[in-house]
Design a protein around this ligand. Structure first.
Ligand SMILES: Nc1ncnc2c1ncn2[C@@H]1O[C@H](COP(=O)(O)OP(=O)(O)O)[C@@H](O)[C@H]1O
Ligand SMILES: [Mg+2]
Length: 307
């Protein structure tokens, strides 16, 4: 079987490279063939009911110029690349979706991946199914965001699609917050305001789930209030207790994810799911737990592709 890995031909590649390498190795050692797919270099053609897909040969094989066929039998969806335009986004999204239309298993499924990568989209779905998430207000109106800061007393403001803690900030003075809210409004950005929750042990849990089962868990103790490894947090392998495990598994069920890293904080109000990562990076997790999720992820896509 040929298993595609969607990557991107830009700066993201650097921090993504080790995860991709782990996946490639796992695919090869399972007796299958990896194929790199560059979402920002794809062409999709429709002809007589056939859907064809090609991409730049330079990106895919380093060889001569021209376009070569994408021939994966199953695809691991990791990244769609940097998005700068709405139509660019929808093309790459529906381009990936065209593989699903052809009966190729994409993991995680495109639309589920989309919801889960969006901090707001994911929390709406989790919350609607009764899973515990922090109190959150998202609005395009800065005065609504302002009132939320007043009401919550201390908040965390996040970009809807941030990663590694970049751009996530904490603020308690609504008037200080108002300066960034007006900037966000001028940029046509929705404002995501979440009640700040004190985390027990000064960090949060990342629980890795593949195929509805716990692969492992880590506790990331932050240097600051942020527990991203990229922000200096130190990860330590832990055993997820029953409640933590159930929350992580249930989150994947609700969001329709075959694999994900679920971030959960233990707070005075109980466990709270902070975000779901359907394209998780596991280099820190691997060091902390000695577990390489790539093997389980590849085993899962093979299982699903054969169903
Ligand atoms: N509501 C919150 N209360 C307290 N800390 C938070 C809250 N939301 C996020 N954090 C902290 O900030 C970090 C980054 O936020 P997160 O939502 O995970 O975004 P990112 O995708 O950038 O990792 C998290 O690791 C967490 O420790
Ligand atoms: Mg996070």
């Amino acid at each position: 079987m040929r298993i595609g890995i969607t990557s991107v031909s830009n700066v993201l590649e650097e921090w993504n490279a080790k995860d991709v390498e782990d996946l490639r190795r796992a695919i090869v050692s399972s007796g299958n063939v990896p194929e790199m797919i560059y979402a920002d270099s794809m062409d999709i053609s429709l002809s007589d009911g056939e859907i064809g897909a090609t991409q730049s040969s330079e990106r895919a094989s380093g060889a001569s110029s021209g376009r070569i066929k994408i021939r994966s039998d199953a695809i691991l969806l990791r990244h769609l690349g940097t998005i700068r335009d709405y139509e660019q986004f929808t093309f790459r999204l529906f381009g990936m979706k065209s593989f699903e239309e052809k009966g190729i298993y994409v993991m995680n499924p495109v639309m589920n991946w989309l919801v889960a990568t969006d901090k707001f989209g994911a929390l709406v779905k989790l919350s609607a199914r009764g899973l515990p998430v922090p109190e959150t207000v998202v609005s395009e109106h800065m005065f609504v965001a302002y009132s939320a800061v007043k009401r919550f007393k201390e908040v965390v403001v996040k970009p809807l699609r941030s990663a590694m803690g970049f751009g996530v900030f904490r603020v308690s003075d609504p008037d200080v917050a108002m300066h960034s809210f007006s900037t966000l409004t001028n940029m046509n950005k929705p404002i995501y305001v979440q009640k700040y929750m004190e985390k027990k042990g000064g960090g949060d849990y990342r629980v890795v789930v593949v195929g509805g089962e716990i692969v492992g868990a880590e506790f990331r103790k932050g240097k600051t209030w942020k527990s991203n490894v990229a922000q200096g947090a130190v990860p330590k392998g832990v055993k997820a207790d029953k409640e933590l495990s159930e929350l992580a598994i249930r989150s994947c069920e609700v969001l329709g994810l075959d694999y994900a890293g679920i971030d959960i904080a233990d707070t005075d109000e109980g466990y709270r799911i902070l975000e779901t990562n359907p394209t998780l990076s596991w280099q820190g997790f691997k060091k902390a737990t000695g577990i390489n999720p790539a093997k389980c992820i590849v085993a899962q896509i093979i299982r699903k592709a054969k169903e």
